[in-house]
Design a protein around this ligand. Structure first.
Ligand code: SAM
Length: 162
């Protein structure tokens, strides 16, 4: 019984703890992943960063397209699941357990994210300061306030930073 409580507490801390730093876990649906990767306009060999990679589904899809991809995930359980699920793509996929707000993002061609409206202005600032421009930002469901997307489709928005 004690073990059960400890395990339940661990799960609660993992999932609820993330709420202090960002959006809760909600997986992107396959059609939206497909649209997002289409809008990103990447070619095989290009690099994608995923901010909050959840269970790794976008990482897998990106790897199948031949992209290199770096996924940040704060929730240790999800980071472990993403790492395990992407192990056959180890040459292309890197899973980083940590807070993407505090990370120095590597050089990339596009950034994928699915957060919450309240983080979009902060994300915009971080993209403006991103040193490896040009870069495209693909956001599922949420727009950047005051910015006109370069493209949009099925609730996925594309922004370009030069
Ligand atoms: C809405 S879910 C999207 C998951 C995944 N991108 C997908 O599309 O299936 C947001 C994810 O971001 C993670 N997350 C939120 N804030 C974060 C942060 N500051 N650093 C790293 N990961 C974060 C959450 O744990 C969650 O897995």
């Amino acid at each position: 019984m004690t073990w059960l409580i400890i395990v339940a507490l661990f799960f609660m801390i993992c999932f609820a703890g993330v709420l202090l730093a960002g959006a809760p876990y909600l997986p992107t649906l396959s059609p939206q992943v497909k649209t997002a990767l289409q809008l990103s306009g990447l070619s095989p060999g290009d690099t994608l960063i995923e901010l909050g990679c959840g269970d790794g589904r976008v990482l897998i899809s990106a790897a199948k397209h031949g992209y290199k991809v770096v996924g940040y995930e704060l929730n240790p359980l999800l980071a472990l699941i993403a790492w395990l699920r992407t192990r056959r793509y180890r040459q292309q996929v890197r899973v980083v357990w940590g807070d993407f707000w505090r990370a120095d993002w590597p050089a990339a061609d596009a950034i994928f994210t699915f957060l919450l409206p309240r983080y979009m202005a902060k994300l915009n600032k971080k993209c403006i300061r991103y040193e490896h421009k040009p870069v495209k930002l693909v956001s599922v469901a949420f727009k950047i306030p005051g910015q006109r997307p370069a493209k949009q489709k099925n609730g996925v928005y594309l922004y370009t930073y030069r």
